[in-house]
Ligand binder design. Sequence first.
Ligand code: VG1
Ligand code: CO
Length: 554
Amino acid sequence: MSSTSSALSDCIRHIDTQPFDDQKPGTSGLRKKVTVFQQKHYLANFVQSIFDALPENERISLVIGGDGRFFNQEAIQIIIKIALANGYQKLVIGQHGYLSTPAVSNLIRTLNTSGGIILSASHNPGGPTEDFGIKYNNHAGSPAPEALTEKIFTNSKSISQYHLAEIDDIDLTLCSSHTIGNCEIIVTDSVDEYANCMQRCFDFSQLSNGFATEQLSLNFDAMHAITGPYAQCLFVEQLGANKSSLHNATPQDDFAGTHPDPNLSHAKNLVAMQNTAEAAKLGAASDGDGDRNMILGEGVFVTPSDSLAVITEYAEVIPQFHAGLRGVARSMPTSTAVDRVAKHLGINCYETPTGWKFFGNLLDEDRISLCGEESFGTGGNHVREKDGIWAVLCWLTILQHTGLSVKEILAKHWQQFGRSLYCRHDFEAIATDKANQLMDHLQALCQSNAWLDIDSSITAVQSFSYEDPVDHSVSSNQGIQVHLQGGSRIIFRLSGTGTSGATLRMYLEKVSTNSQDYNPELDIIAATSALAELGYRVANITKFTGMKEASVIT
Ligand code: VG1
Ligand code: CO
């Protein structure tokens, strides 16, 4: 416990600055190369623009933490100094500057702070020449809604001054508490509160029993990123999973030079492990900031869309949802597997634009209890972010309750609900003007009937627009949907998280009730190749981008 009694006002400086014109937050905050953030005033401008966008009564207390990537520490010290100069009364910071994204959301909610700042570029690589990011979450713990990010962007274009307290850096290595002027600065354990939250959501004594009796076993890959300490505490120390269950569990500021993206391309070692005799009942991985998850069984991969549908199907065995689900939601490109389960359960299923911020109001209003995205994101009403570790605990609970293997759970699920064969083709590093031309072409297609001539299987081409049922805000141009006979779809949208050029995403969903398609070993790329071929034709991908194939297929 330390206290600095000298008047804070003596340390406050008002620093003149010039606006940067590129601080528009994307799908999940502002993401740029580290070198961009290292420019003089760049981060400070953005942070001041956040604070200026908030009403005074929302500038009281703040949680700050990040995924530990390169520049995390420096950024936190800058944010502390700007927050002090802007009159914040309480700052809560994760020890070593570490907090996973769901842990920030949880701390905001448990400590009832006015908001939080998360430093992360999620699954993007880290290091001096790689990516960094920052985003603001509101008092509900939810990523700032569009109205607020617009305000922040507007401020960033006209900022002329920011305020900063010239104090020594705060030591983040130990949990401690400091008083500076009227502000209390607390350095808190990164895991404790989150672990308490998980205890409230799941039955830990039952799960421990599952590990003790070897009914459960786990291979978890933290991908050298933030979830290592969380996995150590929850899976090993609290649930008794074997220490050897954890892989790459020490956070590193460059993720050991890897791409901390939990999918079949980037978590290859885990996938390989799950295809051997040493496979655990459940294989899982999480991303840079701990909000994504990948679920594997013994020799089987669960698409994130199927994972959402299965968790919905078995929700009542998860203590958090024992009273049943209020409703569920998925982002528009996520497969319709969850819709079929929701229909069966007689609950609402909302379709939102891509990005977790769109689930916030639905969760706050208790219209939904569970939601997810095809991009390896699943989450519940316990926080306002997707939550990787939580999804793993959901699956462990389901495996234990049913006594079935992941493969058997999927087989049963498809038998009852049909299967959405699903994959995503990403076309990366496209020149921005070419990508925009391609999207303009698709927009034009929506306005005309020209798609009628492309293929007889197309039933409609629509630009997705969303009206939030709670605050009635409208978000238009959220992607193009090509609807096909039988409920299949092809979807196009541009990524809003990249840091160079544009990325086109083409999502393919083939809905099948043909039991031959229920083979978990089915080659999904081959099974959806006709859809892919149609997608290339509809969007004229090769003509606009020059690319004959996708950079990555997940
Ligand atoms: C991607 C995903 C989206 C997700 C977002 C943030 O956005 O598609 O579903 O919400 O990343 O996730 P985009 O605009 O690049 O498609 V994370 O784990 O990067 O915070
Ligand atoms: Co993430």
